[in-house]
Design a protein around this ligand. Structure first.
Ligand code: GBH
Length: 453
């Protein structure tokens, strides 16, 4: 039995580059993802976000789907290059799109939760060194101030950064995300500047804007387990956990980078001089909630050839279409650990979901596996709250099939199926089920619900 408090918020999430399209409209200039998609071999079938779900032109229709789902919240991100297409040059037309989107959501009774940075760094910023350049903190703050000012009174829930692990380590160390660099020294600096920009944006909002507004950061966390109980595998798991989780959790909640990882990274990081006085205090600023994106767990085994970038070991767990282990129990371990070691802030699961190869049959998509995945994780949230873990919301990734980064359009995460030829949206069974769960929840608390049958 799933049970949620009356105030629990159900939501669904997307991000700008993955759904908007209209890449050259409204004054938008390219981001690092437009550039990355153009390089042959980087993105599956060389797909790109030029058209994506055409959400930029179809947002009214999409809002009706969101409304029909019955969710309380819709999480989307703002494309920085729509707001500042050139350095220091604010673009009114770009901002108006998000003003309209956020206002229309509010009018329909849906609360917007807005991410400032979901990986689409403007090319002008990249050309000046991107996140590796300390000035990126100031560029981000100018962008954040414009968003806070223009959307003041319309948006009251903000996420500064989405998954700095991906933006930093996948982008600058592993090279599988834009900008495609493979340089650990750069990556550690890039992450640091993202984290400082997060802390300073929170401080700005608290000092200069309405106090009812809530703000936090979203980290992607994946609990890591050793393959065997050997000492070496334990070391590998500790290092993998340091790279994926602790490198972000420790600065955000304890105001320090983990010492063991600093030592390990110093093989690649020439000096830690880029950490300025006051940075760690800035990063560990008090937020209103903590956002977590959870998809899977990791299993690692020791290899003498690597020190922290371990390849995942074989596991006999059932997998999603991404090949990721379905691991709701490990999700519970993760949350309990966060409560024991890191924070008592309300936790919002800002993303959770799964990709599968969906097929449309007579206008329906019977995505039983995705439906099961979502139910298992919602059950875990319900169980965790039964233990007093205070998870205040769950946002399903994703509202609709979209541009899945380096996997292009072939990996479908949506609860709405998107036909990328016609742009038709088709409700998958998981969408009907999610709407039903929300409807049952509202009924049980005598909250009104006008959702799909
Ligand atoms: C998120 O990133 C993004 O925020 C979102 O834009 C994206 O579309 C969505 O998830 C789906 O991918 O190899 O088994 O250890 C997800 C980040 C990081 C999740 C790596 C899975 C590895 C799983 N991912 N992680 S495993």
């Amino acid at each position: 039995m799933m049970k949620f408090d009356k105030q629990f918020t159900f939501g669904t999430a997307t991000s700008s580059y993955q759904i908007e399209g209209a890449a050259a409209e409204g004054g938008r200039t390219p981001s690092i993802w437009d550039m990355f998609c153009d390089i042959p071999g980087r993105v599956h079938k060389q797909h790109n976000g030029d058209v994506a779900c055409d959400h930029y032109h179809r947002f009214e229709e999409d809002i009706q789907h969101i409304k029909r789902l019955g969710v309380d919240t819709y999480r989307f991100s703002i494309a920085w290059p729509r707001i500042f297409p050139e350095k220091g040059k604010f673009n009114r037309e770009g901002m108006d799109f998000y003003k309209k989107l956020a206002s229309r959501l509010t009018e329909e009774g849906i609360k917007p939760a807005v991410t400032l940075y979901h990986w689409d760094l403007p090319m002008w910023a990249h050309e000046e060194g991107g996140w590796v350049n300390r000035e990126s903190v100031d560029w981000f703050l100018e962008y954040a101030r414009a968003c806070f000012t223009e959307l003041d009174g319309i948006v009251d829930s903000w996420i500064t950064h989405n998954e700095p692990w991906c933006a930093g380590f996948l982008g600058y160390h592993q090279g599988v995300h834009a900008p495609g660099h493979t340089n650990m020294d750069e990556a550690v600096k890039a992450v640091h500047h993202m984290l400082v920009s997060h802390g300073k944006a929170v401080e700005m909002l608290k000092k200069e804007f309405a106090s009812e507004t809530e703000i936090g950061i979203t980290l992607n966390l994946s609990p890591v387990y050793p393959k065997t109980d050997s000492v070496n595998d334990a070391l590998a798991a500790n290092n993998a956990d340091g790279y994926s989780n602790r490198w972000f959790l420790d600065p955000v909640f304890k105001g320090e980078y983990p010492k063991d990882m600093m030592n390990l990274f110093s093989k690649y990081v020439h000096s830690y001089d880029f950490i300025n006085e006051g940075d760690m205090e800035a990063i560990s600023v008090e937020c209103d909630f903590f956002g977590i994106n959870y998809y899977s767990r990791g299993i690692v085994e020791f290899s003498a050839a690597t020190d922290f970038l371990h390849r995942g070991a074989y596991s006999d767990y059932e997998k999603t279409g991404m090949g990721w282990d379905i691991a709701p129990n490990e999700f519970k371990d993760l949350i309990r650990r966060l409560r024991a070691e890191y924070t008592q802030l309300p936790i919002i699961i800002t993303e959770n979901g799964a990709a599968y190869d969906d097929v449309v049959e007579n206008g329906r998509v019977h995505d039983k596996e995705r439906t099961d995945y979502v139910e298992k994780h919602l059950q875990a949230v319900s169980d965790l709250n039964g233990e007093g873990m205070n998870i205040s919301g769950y946002y399903l990734w994703s509202l609709m099939d979209n541009f899945e980064w380096s996997f292009g359009y072939d990996k479908r995460f949506g609860i709405l199926y998107v036909d990328f030829d016609t742009q038709e949206r088709i409700w998958k069974d998981s969408a009907y089920r999610y709407a039903e769960i929300i409807r049952d929840h509202k009924k049980s608390h005598n909250l009104q619900a006008e959702v799909a049958q």
